[in-house]
Design a protein around this ligand. Structure first.
Ligand code: ACO
Length: 438
């Protein structure tokens, strides 16, 4: 096979060494990408499970939403290349595409955008939730808590078996998560909450709620609004990553969508996933200057150090993450628009990338920059505090999570997610009385 993916159908025959038992397992082909072995009858036929910690070789579901070819560095939303969507589309159009499978016509686009814009306000009682947090709480902690609390406020859309309830919940989540994220920032900075305004588009509104203050007129920069919209597009979905799989697993139990998205936010928070954008800036700050790069790279390569080059490497991409390429370009454009001629962080990041891409450690392991390597530098230049980076990722990914959750609920073959295990603990034994224990 030479590492090439196999895309045919047919069967795979497994035989159990030392017995005459065999299992003939169907091979299912997708539209594109490697075929999968259907192992659902494996236990019944051979009495064995499969073992795949981290799910590196396991397809957990069937999906029509997003496709990644990690070797070629390709990312498609509903078949459309991310580069084309980044250049020509908008975040809300991409949201419609992910949710519905097709791009909207002009009327569908207008109706959808109006639907989202009209759901941006939060139940006023939700305000009091924020007061329960310490002012120095991380915005992801606040986001996770308040999104989870939405299920206590929107009782009229919690029946997951009712398509209309699901539709309203989807609108509520996509529209209200930016308000909650922006308020998490306002709360930590001690500034008054800024209510959403229907005169703005999605990204504009987010900037307005983040940065406006009652004392001054806030003019939303079209350049920054477009840059933020682009960042949201790039983060909107990424097939069965850790947080999306978390949403699907929580949703498979019949939990309500607000609880499922709160679970996704918790999963995104980790530095190996969405928390990496924040970690990249911290790392650049610690390196401080290009002359310290060799020392840092040596530390990353030292297996005893636990240090990683944050924003590098990906479970699926063994090539340049296509989002990172767009992000790098956007980074230069945004800094130019903001009149930032020399950004020491960007210079350091570019040099760090150059050194890593010429180092055999990274080359041999196929470690390339991922989406998070440059996003933090852009967001920082736009004025976002570092602690908000992952929250912005969550805002964008909410549409992916909701699309994947809807697809799962509507899938007739959907069952509760319940992996098995390889048990290596103690075999059955009898309970000893206390006096008999050594
Ligand atoms: N820096 C240094 N070494 C790395 C890095 C890195 N960033 N990433 C992987 N490696 C090394 C590992 O040490 C391992 O080396 P070994 O074979 O000698 O043991 C090899 O590359 C393979 O790495 P794994 O950990 O097996 O890869 P995995 O697919 O499990 O992890 C992950 C992927 C978590 C993204 C990893 O590359 C990483 O930690 N990167 C840094 C964090 C990051 O940027 N995360 C964002 C990912 S994108 C996103 O979620 C939006």
């Amino acid at each position: 096979m030479n590492g090439m993916s196999y895309t045919g159908t047919g069967t795979v025959t497994l035989s159990l060494d030392g017995t005459n038992q065999t299992a003939s397992l169907p091979l299912i082909a997708g539209t594109t990408g490697p075929s999968v072995i259907d192992i659902r009858k494996l236990y019944a036929d051979l009495g064995i499970f499969t073992f795949d910690p981290g799910y590196g070789g396991t397809a957990a579901c069937e999906s029509k939403i997003t496709y990644i070819d990690g070797d070629a560095g390709v990312l498609l939303y509903r078949g459309y290349p991310i580069e084309q969507l980044a250049e020509h589309s908008t975040f809300l159009e991409v949201a419609y595409l992910l949710l519905n499978g097709e791009l909207p016509n002009a009327e569908q686009k207008a109706v959808f955008e109006r639907g989202v814009i009209r759901h941006t306000m939060l139940h006023e009682q939700i305000r009091s939730f924020f007061n329960g947090f310490r002012r120095d709480a991380h915005p992801m902690a606040v986001l996770c808590g308040v999104v989870g609390a939405m299920s206590a406020f929107y009782h009229d859309s919690l029946d997951i078996n009712d398509p209309e309830h699901r539709r309203i919940s989807a609108f509520r989540l996509i529209a209200k998560v930016p308000t909650i994220a922006a308020w998490a920032h306002k709360y930590s900075s001690g500034q008054p909450f800024v209510y959403p305004s229907n005169k703005y588009g999605y990204a504009e509104n987010l900037l307005h709620m983040m940065f406006a203050v009652p004392t001054e007129e806030y003019r939303v920069s079209p350049v920054l609004a477009r840059a933020l919209d682009l960042i949201l597009i790039l983060h909107a979905d990424h097939e069965q990553n850790a947080s999306t799989s978390t949403v699907r697993l929580a949703g498979s139990t019949g939990a309500n969508p607000f609880a499922c998205i709160a679970a996704g936010i918790a999963s995104l928070w980790g530095p190996a996933h969405g928390g990496a954008n924040e970690a990249v800036l911290k790392m650049l700050g610690e390196i401080g200057h290009a002359r310290h790069i060799p020392e840092f790279i040596a530390k990353v390569k030292d297996k005893n150090s636990n240090a990683r080059l944050m924003g590098f490497g990906h479970r699926v991409y063994k090539n340049y993450d296509p989002r990172a390429k767009i992000m790098q370009r956007t980074c230069h454009e945004v800094l130019a628009e903001l009149g930032i001629k020399d950004d020491p962080l960007l210079d350091l990041a570019v040099e760090l990338e150059r050194v890593a891409l010429h180092d055999d450690y990274f080359v041999s392991r196929k470690l390339y920059p991922n989406v998070d390597f440059y996003s933090g530098i852009i967001l920082k230049a736009m004025g976002f505090p570092t602690s908000m980076f992952t929250a912005l990722f969550a805002v964008a990914r909410t549409v992916g999570w909701v699309s994947q959750w809807l697809e799962m609920i509507e899938d007739p073959s959907q069952r509760i997610g319940r992996p098995r295990q390889l048990y290596t603990g103690a075999a059955q034994r009898d309970y000893p009385p206390l006096a008999a224990r050594g």
